[in-house]
Design a protein. Structure first.
Length: 79
């Protein structure tokens, strides 16, 4: 699994954190599943710091908000 992307099955972000915040896209169809990306307190993700796969997943998630994923939320990262 790519460490920049969390596909955890709980609603609380899990896995490695790369900062104090995560931008979480919750799946609209699979409760408790989603994608998380390191971000700042305002939800800004630095694309250059993501792996290629994480960047593709992030751009996909943004593109399908309202269809596949809910509007993203900024959450505190818990190690």
């Amino acid at each position: 699994m790519n460490p920049s992307v969390d596909t955890a099955t709980s609603s609380r972000p899990q896995g490695p954190c790369h900062g104090p915040y995560l931008l979480r896209f919750e799946s609209l169809f699979h409760s408790g599943r989603g994608l998380s990306f390191p971000c700042d307190a305002r939800g800004q993700v630095v694309l250059d710091q993501l792996s290629e796969r994480a960047r593709e997943n992030y751009l996909f998630a943004r593109a399908v908000v309202g269809h596949e994923y809910a509007t993203p939320v900024v959450e505190r990262c818990y190690d």
